[in-house]
Design a protein around this ligand. Structure first.
Ligand SMILES: Nc1ncnc2c1ncn2[C@@H]1O[C@H](COP(=O)(O)OP(=O)(O)OP(=O)(O)O)[C@@H](O)[C@H]1O
Length: 206
């Protein structure tokens, strides 16, 4: 697997304040890039830019050597962005949420596949419970189930460890490392030190 996301001279201004400017970033297959910084320093903003979700920034993004705007479909087919909030619907069950996300990605998947993925995340028995009745950590686990259900080379993950218990943290760290080892790449914001994820690059904002 070959992938390369490049950001050149990235900058973003909010409320007459530059969150960051002149930022050069490159992430290649096999790498994990951790973005850190205090609250309000621009981590979420930077991840949204790298995930192609924001347009009001300066600088340029390239995907495998091509301007991102010219290869947006290929980029979307190779990238999975999980935002700061779990992004799951409280009115739907875990199975329904996952089916909805798969439909959005143009994937059919199967009920058995979704059930197996939820079981791997420790959610067996909760497949048909409305998300609004699940704990914060369980809701986060539903969102993280998409990592195994929707194979993508590049993962862009905003605070994925939020609300996850220690066993879940260990499992997710191992999952990030395994993804990089398999030739994928990860951009992740987290206040939590990644002890087992290598090779690890680091950008500190603020
Ligand atoms: N759409 C927007 N319009 C105006 N200001 C914004 C917008 N989005 C973010 N900001 C501001 O930009 C700054 C950076 O926000 P951002 O969410 O990127 O920070 P962060 O480093 O992820 O913070 P946290 O650690 O609290 O999650 C904040 O001061 C925020 O108020």
């Amino acid at each position: 697997m070959t992938l390369c996301l490049q950001g050149r001279q990235l900058g973003c201004e909010r409320d007459d304040r530059w969150l960051f400017s002149g930022l050069d970033i490159e992430i290649n297959h096999g790498e994990i890039l951790r973005v850190t910084g205090p609250n309000g320093s621009g981590k979420t903003t930077l991840l949204k830019i790298l995930a192609g979700q924001l347009n009001d920034f300066s600088g340029a993004l390239h995907w495998n050597g091509q301007p991102l705007s010219q290869v947006s479909e290929q980029f979307a087919a190779n990238m999975l962005y999980l935002g700061h909030a779990p992004g799951v619907s409280a009115w739907l069950t875990p199975l329904e949420n996952l089916a909805w996300y798969q439909a959005l990605q143009g994937e059919r998947g199967s009920e058995e596949q979704r059930e197996a993925a939820l079981a791997r995340m420790g959610l067996q028995g909760l497949e048909d419970t409305p998300i609004g009745h699940l704990s914060a950590g369980q809701q986060r686990r539903v969102a993280l189930t998409r990592l195994s259900l929707t194979p993508r080379a590049l993962w862009v993950l905003d605070e994925p460890f939020t609300a996850i218990d220690q066993a879940g943290v260990d499992a997710l760290e191992a999952q990030l490392a395994a993804h990089a080892d398999a030739g994928g790449a990860v951009v992740v914001t987290t206040h939590h030190a990644l002890n087992n994820a290598r090779p690890l690059c680091h950008i500190a904002l603020g």
